[in-house]
Ligand binder design. Sequence first.
Ligand code: SPV
Ligand code: MG
Length: 431
Amino acid sequence: MKTVYTCFCTDMIHDGHLNIIKEAQKYGKVIIGVLSDEAMVRFNRFPSVSFSERFHMIEKLEGVSKVVVQKEIMYDQIIQELHPDYVIHGDNWKEGPMKAIRENVVRLLEAYGGQVIDVPYTYSKEVKRLDAKTKEKLSMPEYRRKRLKQLITLCPIVKAIEVHSGLTGLIAEKTVVANGEELDQFDAMWISSLCDSTAKGKPDIELVDITSRFRTIDDVMEVTTKPIIFDGDTGGLTEHFVYTVRSLERMGVSAIIIEDKTGLKKNSLFGTDVVQTQDSIAHFCEKIAAGKAIQLTDEFMIIARIESLILERGMDDALERAQAYVEAGADGIMIHSRKKEPDEILQFCDLFRKSDTRTPIVVVPSSFHSITEKELAEHGINIVIYANQLTRSAFPAMEQTAKDILTYHRAQEADERLMPIKKIISLIEEL
Ligand code: SPV
Ligand code: MG
């Protein structure tokens, strides 16, 4: 008997899946692959139920002969193992990033005369409703908050991008690329103090108050499901910081990063060009400990950011602080640098990892931007934050458009570069 293979990467079974099984049965014995959590976060969205629950859910379906694990998004390994006569899938994979997966399958099957079967995708009201329900679930505080910790265990390196509005949130949420044989997307979002302030036309000196920062988080949360890392600047007074921790935790934010500076905070990328005061180890540890003592879940993370390299205080100072902050309860360490080369960051990570293999390390490669995620991961880094690139790409584009309109006294010249009106009015889906 011939075999028909399909891969499911879903948290619930709807009519669309049942239809695929029904169609598949016409061709032979049905084998279903369940996509691993690791692959699912890159391809689709974070699974809201565990892998074993998803596996059992599919095992129980009628008409299924065998259920297997598909470890990777691309089908090379699974096809080599199963050698199916057919691979069946909804025809929605002919468009968008999923096209790369279909091409991969076609190529693999062609090698031995296998065939792809495209089944018309089931666009029913019920399918749409169930899909929206899963997505909504992921946006709820109790699901979103814990996701950063889950991702740290699942991903070789967690990739976060800066967001400062609903619109940038949507870019972080929805951008997926198909790079040859690979699909990828961002895992998390960074609410940067620099970009949140810049969007409001204000300097990055803790001037935008916490209520306004929360408002930004809320705008982002309304339209996204991915976890949020909040740039908490210095954390403010310890007496205020504890309230911030409580609020963020309640909102469903996954982590706050606070930096060991005191007094008037200036952006780190100014380095020693401006006066910046580093906090004492003892005082900063007290702040971390107070935050940890007040939080109510095990899921929320307080990450301590070390400014020693920025302020040219040396590697030993950075390492001493890292150890002290971890002992005070920090759930992670962020080490920052404004050097063009990543050497001091990598040296720090290598030395830190000699005595601490567990505490997550976060880096922000804004100035040392040539280093790849793979290299960072090889040095034990767990989270990479692209802290300001969306703001920096939008500003010159907007400025050029303003200049063009002033130069030509009309909008035609600028318009050629712009998103079509039809696209902008339909960019945001209505409920
Ligand atoms: C931010 O994005 O606001 C940061 C990172 O704190 S940096 O600007 O590099 O200091
Ligand atoms: Mg900042």
